[in-house]
Design a protein around this ligand. Structure first.
Ligand SMILES: [Fe+2]
Length: 179
C-alpha cells in the first residue's frame, strides 16, 4: 500500500507551482530514471520516484533586471535545502508516513553537493539513486530545466509510472513496510 502516489504529488497546486520553475519535463524524466535505478539498487521505487519528482522543488528564481543571473545563483543557491523542506511539508500534508517523508527529504537534501562543504558523505542507496537519476537527465548549460512538456502528457507519464511502482510493490514483499 502506498499512502501517497506520484499523481497525488504531481497534481497538488504546491508541486505545480514549484515544479514549473525547474521544469516539469526534467522532474518527470528524473522520476522515470529513478524507477529504473531503484530496481537496480534495490531501493523502494515508491520513495525513489517521489523523491526524484520533487528533487528540484526548492529552486528560487535568481533574476537581476529581468535576466536570469547565473552568478547570483551559483553563489547563493540553496535549492536542495529549500527543496528538502518543501518536499517534506508537501508529503506530510498529503498523508505520507513520517519516516518515509524524512527519507525522501534527505534524498532531496543530498541530491547535489554543489552547496556543501568539502568532505565525504556516505550516502545510502535511496540518496544515490535520486542523485544518479538527476545526473542521467542533465544537459549541458542547464538545458534540462528548459525542456518543455505539456501538463497532460506529463500527467499521463506520471500515472503510467504510478502503475509500474504499484506493480513492483505488489510483487515485492520487501517494500511492504516502508511504503
Ligand atoms: Fe535536477
Amino acid at each position: 500500500m502506498r499512502n501517497v502516489t506520484l499523481t497525488d504529488v504531481f497534481t497538488h497546486p504546491i508541486a505545480q507551482k514549484y515544479l514549473g520553475r525547474s521544469g516539469i519535463a526534467h522532474a518527470v524524466s528524473v522520476a522515470h530514471h529513478a524507477f529504473r535505478l531503484a530496481l537496480e539498487y534495490e531501493v523502494n521505487p515508491d520513495l525513489a520516484t517521489k523523491a526524484a519528482l520533487l528533487h528540484d522543488v526548492g529552486h528560487y528564481e535568481w533574476y537581476t533586471n529581468g535576466q536570469w543571473d547565473y552568478e547570483k545563483y551559483r553563489e547563493n543557491d540553496i535549492h536542495a535545502i529549500k527543496g528538502a523542506e518543501r518536499a517534506h511539508k508537501l508529503l506530510i500534508r498529503l498523508g505520507e508516513d513520517p519516516a518515509s517523508a524524512k527519507e525522501m527529504a534527505l534524498a532531496v537534501l543530498l541530491h547535489t553537493d554543489s552547496y556543501l562543504p568539502e568532505g565525504h558523505l556516505d550516502k545510502n542507496n535511496l540518496q544515490k539513486v535520486v542523485r544518479l537519476a538527476d545526473e542521467a537527465d542533465e544537459e549541458p548549460g542547464g538545458n534540462h530545466h528548459y525542456r518543455k512538456m505539456d501538463y497532460d502528457l506529463a500527467l499521463r507519464k506520471i500515472q503510467a509510472l504510478d502503475q509500474k511502482v504499484a506493480d513492483v510493490l505488489k510483487k515485492d514483499q520487501r517494500y511492504k513496510k516502508s511504503s
